[in-house]
Design a protein around this ligand. Sequence first.
Ligand code: ZN
Length: 170
Amino acid sequence: MEVLVYPDPVLRRGGKAITTFDAELRDLAGRMMEAMYEEGGVGLAAPQVGIEKKLLVLNPSGDRNERSGERVLCNPKITRKKEREFGEEGCLSFPGIHAEVERWIAITVTYQDLDGKEQVLQTDGWLARIVQHELDHLDGVLFTDRLTAADKLRVKPQLQKLEEEFRART
Ligand code: ZN
């Protein structure tokens, strides 16, 4: 399973609602979790591996030995949100780029688990930030879209380098 890197156009496609909750979906979530650990990330959205589904996996510790932190969210939606703050983010689809992004501090997310059962997650801080970052991927939104004007300017050379590398690969 390969994580797509900016500016791969597939990253802009986002994901479609999941309607079938079967062994195949469970297997996909497991492989995504593995790819996330492999790449040293704390979250991964299906569009990042070229799959147009509203599916995301995360573990705030990024540590495969801390399985209790693992979460799989299908069709997630933010239903409540409170206050904003800036915090540093990176993205497996933007190797080497880190920048401050403004997010909601506290959110309530409704989603379905791998059995299709409705669940509610109330969270804040780091976990809330990861969920919002990954949720953006499901809409084809990338964290660099949300940077301040100054940071957009600062990371521009790094983005251009990724664009050149992409052209060389394709
Ligand atoms: Zn990302």
